[in-house]
Design a binder for this molecule. Structure first.
Ligand SMILES: Cc1cc2nc3c(=O)[nH]c(=O)nc-3n(C[C@H](O)[C@H](O)[C@H](O)COP(=O)(O)OP(=O)(O)OC[C@H]3O[C@@H](n4cnc5c(N)ncnc54)[C@H](O)[C@@H]3O)c2cc1C
Length: 201
């Protein structure tokens, strides 16, 4: 396959990458967008959007529980997590479809696969190298833990695990560690977390 050349070549199609790609395309530039997973990145698939969908479902539960305050007679029978997750996944799927259409409609070339920066103006995906007059790295970030707190997906979980929970936790503690890092963990882990933070200085 022949190498492709772009005015702007963006590595990573999260909020940062796709916004850059859309704006560049709007300015009439030829744009390539490399993505190894799904267009939309963290925010759309495992960040802002699914969390807000869950919050919305929680708000409905709270309102139902407190409905008498508003003169409304209603009873909260329980939470059907399969239903809540289906609602959340539906919201994500709808927005993903919209974003995919928007990117396609702007004439942006989506290159599927993991890209590597192989030169100042070159990104290689598999066996193919693509060049860009401008290369934008928008590869995002990933969850990591603290020393002594291994992410096991059960007791110590990341936000991605939290978004896939099939049960409502009895309780959670949310703690923010400056600058702006947020940790969510089940109650009872206060001590080990405090120790881990101390170990980190
Ligand atoms: C649980 C949670 C809730 C959040 N809620 C909010 C909120 O309410 N409001 C808010 O403003 N922000 C929120 N955020 C933060 C927001 O999601 C991030 O700031 C935003 O997604 C960062 O965008 P990005 O483009 O830099 O990275 P990302 O969205 O992570 O995108 C990076 C993309 O690059 C791709 N990629 C990485 N490496 C490669 C490679 N080698 N080749 C090809 N592709 C690659 C990844 O697959 C990914 O799609 C939340 C985050 C989380 C985790």
């Amino acid at each position: 396959m022949a190498d492709a050349d772009f005015d702007v070549l963006v590595l990573g199609a999260g909020s940062g990458g796709y916004a850059c790609a859309l704006r560049a395309a709007q300015l009439g530039l030829k744009v390539g967008l490399v993505e190894k997973d799904h267009l939309g990145g963290t925010c759309l698939h495992v960040g802002c959007i699914p969390t807000k969908a869950l919050l919305h479902a929680a708000e409905i539960a709270d309102n139902t529980r407190d409905s008498a305050e508003f003169g409304v007679r209603a009873t909260l029978e329980g939470i059907d997590m399969a239903g809540v997750n289906a609602y959340k996944d539906g919201v994500v799927a709808r927005l993903f479809k919209g974003l995919t259409g928007l990117i396609k409609g702007r004439g942006i070339t989506v290159i599927e696969g993991a890209g590597r920066l192989t030169g100042p103006r070159e990104v290689t995906v598999g066996e193919t190298s693509y060049t860009g007059t401008h290369v934008v790295l928008a590869s995002g970030s990933y969850a990591r833990s603290l020393p002594g707190l291994d992410i096991d997906g059960e007791r110590v979980i990341t936000s991605e695990h939290a978004l896939r929970l099939e049960r409502v936790p009895a309780s959670v503690v949310v703690r923010e560690i400056p600058p702006g890092t947020m940790v969510v963990y089940p109650r009872g882990l206060d001590e080990p977390l405090a120790q881990a933070l101390e170990d980190c200085g």
